[in-house]
Design a protein around this ligand. Structure first.
Ligand code: XMP
Length: 513
């Protein structure tokens, strides 16, 4: 069954992914497409509505991304956000100019007044805060449009042509700072576009399983399982679809967190698949002996990982399909517009090019991270696997400063476990994006009982962030830090000092190495 579809047409705005996520949260499937997508292609996708995103430019700038006038002839409702709103005005006979002085230029939270007779604002309060970020101003509204919102400085905050289903807002309904912003998007989807809300994860799961079955037929499928959310959910989905035709190779490099390898193995024991766990601790630690340079550690682990994986793949013989856990933000960031930002340095666990397989399957390619987690739950994966924080491919090797040894890894595992345990007990998990312990190479003097100690210092790190490109250190309550510290020095041998990292990113990075 095909889902109803909204197209988010990307004009280079910084919130394109957020708009798409909000639409899906409203139960409507959507895809982000570049503004350069031919209109015929868009028509063929049969969208029930189109949303123009914001963008960095001014519509009258000759180099600015323009909307194809044909889009307005498709007979499909359009909502323009910020720059998208100005595009509508510009294309349909209105006039957009640079705002003069304070008049009409607005940034940040702005009190706004709405005409609730407009379908976009139906059922909402007549005044509320919106998030503005525009330097241009709609001096003349196009014919056929009426004004449906204003603020103190700007008479033209929202426009609509109910007959044709064209709406424009100068503010950003997709960001949290806009009160009732999601309700406005919901109104556009349900009141204007006639959405039925047919995007549910239960349906998606069934359809995705069917697709994998149809594609794979009787073939053999291989997947490199890291224990992270994406590869685990991809594995669970393919396991559900083709069972024993799937082999999951889980390379345990001995640098995982406490009990992690066993937990991953246990979670997959309910499916009738071939699960290969390669216990390669000795191999990895052997290769890392004497290495202190962080990038060299990364390189060694990456290469070794590929070698071990290849050796396992060879034992299986020719495989037809390789599963990868690519998710939608990767697709959007790598392929859409001029402003694409790609994070590349983290691909430890990246797969060799020459494993013998016919085709790649990417069953999560159209899902956002929250949706991947939801799908994992639908598939019956345990919550601790589905909601887990990111964990770097090189694992604890880049959290042990200096040379990595088994003793150090064991020490760090215990300290890290205590930190996570206390965070969970305090109910703080949701407030921290990533948190872990680091074994520093600092040794210092302490007093234990009546004796002097000269032992290691552990550093605790926790950050709060939405994209990991920048991050703030988390203000963990002192009582929680205190409990963690007391437990670590009492329960973990050879630790006599606990430090808390209070640097944000930048200038620090999330990891210590
Ligand atoms: P940084 O330290 O660059 O971390 O601020 C940002 C995010 O990336 C993760 N990270 C890695 N992930 N291999 C990975 O798979 C790596 O080598 C690596 N280094 C950092 C880090 O855990 C954080 O989520």
């Amino acid at each position: 069954m095909a889902h109803q579809k909204i197209i988010v047409l990307d004009f280079g705005g910084q919130y394109n992914q957020l708009i798409a996520r909000r639409v899906r949260e409203c139960g409507v499937y959507c895809e982000v497409k570049s503004y350069t997508t031919p209109t015929e292609e868009i028509r063929a996708m049969e969208p029930i509505g189109i949303i123009f995103t914001g963008g960095p430019g001014s519509v009258y700038d000759p180099k600015a991304p323009q909307a194809d006038p044909g889009l307005f002839q498709l007979g499909v409702p359009i909502l323009g956000i910020c720059y998208g709103c100005q595009l509508i005005a510009h294309n349909l006979g209105g006039k957009v100019t640079a705002a003069q002085g304070d008049t009409a230029r607005e940034y940040g939270k702005t009190e706004t007044f709405f005409d609730t007779a407009c379908r976009l604002f139906k059922g909402l309060p007549q005044r509320g805060i919106t998030w503005m970020s525009h330097g241009d101003y709609m001096e003349k509204v196009p014919d056929g449009f009426s004004l449906t919102a204003h603020s103190e400085h700007c008479p033209n905050v929202a426009i609509c042509d109910e007959g044709r289903g064209f709406y424009g807002v100068q503010f950003h309904p997709e960001v949290d700072h806009t009160e009732n912003g999601t309700a406005m998007l919901r109104n556009f989807l349900y009141e204007v576009c006639g959405a039925k809300g047919d995007w549910t994860m239960g349906d998606y799961k069934q359809a995705a399983i069917r697709r994998v079955r149809e594609k794979v037929g009787e073939g053999k499928v291989l997947l490199a399982l890291s224990g992270g959310v994406d590869s685990s959910v991809a594995a669970a989905l393919v396991a559900e679809a083709v069972g024993s035709q799937l082999t999951c190779v889980f390379v345990d490099h001995g640098l995982m967190r406490l009990n992690e390898g066993d937990e991953v193995e246990k979670a997959f024991s309910k499916w009738d698949i071939n699960f290969v766990r390669v216990n390669a601790e000795a191999l990895f630690l052997g290769k890392l002996a004497g290495i202190t340079e962080p990038e060299e550690k990364r390189k060694i682990i990456g290469e070794e990982f590929i070698r071990v994986f290849e050796a396992e793949a060879k034992k299986i013989g020719r495989v037809d399909y390789l599963v990868q856990g690519t998710i939608y933000p990767d697709v959007i960031e790598s392929g859409l517009g001029d402003a694409a930002v790609i994070k590349s340095h983290h691909n430890v666990g990246g797969l060799p090019d020459y494993v013998d397989f016919k085709e790649i399957i990417e069953p999560l390619r159209m899902l956002f991270k929250d949706e991947v987690r939801q799908l994992g739950r639908e598939l019956g994966l345990p919550e601790y696997l589905v909601s887990r924080q990111p964990f770097p491919g090189p694992g604890l090797a880049i959290r042990i400063i200096g040379e990595v040894t088994k003793e150090k890894a064991d020490t760090l595992r215990q300290a890290d476990f205590i930190f996570r345990d206390e965070v969970a007990k305090a109910g703080l998990e949701g407030t921290m994006s990533q948190y872990f312990a680091v074994l520093t190479n600092l040794r210092s003097v302490g007093v234990m009982g009546d004796g002097r100690s000269y032992d290691h210092a552990v550093a605790l790190r926790s950050v709060t962030t939405s994209d990991f490109m920048t991050a703030d250190w988390t203000r963990i309550p002192y009582e929680v830090l205190d409990r963690v510290s007391v437990r670590i020095v009492n329960e973990v041998p050879h630790i006599n000092r606990v430090l808390y990292d209070i640097t944000s990113k930048p200038p620090a990075t999330v990891e210590f190495e």
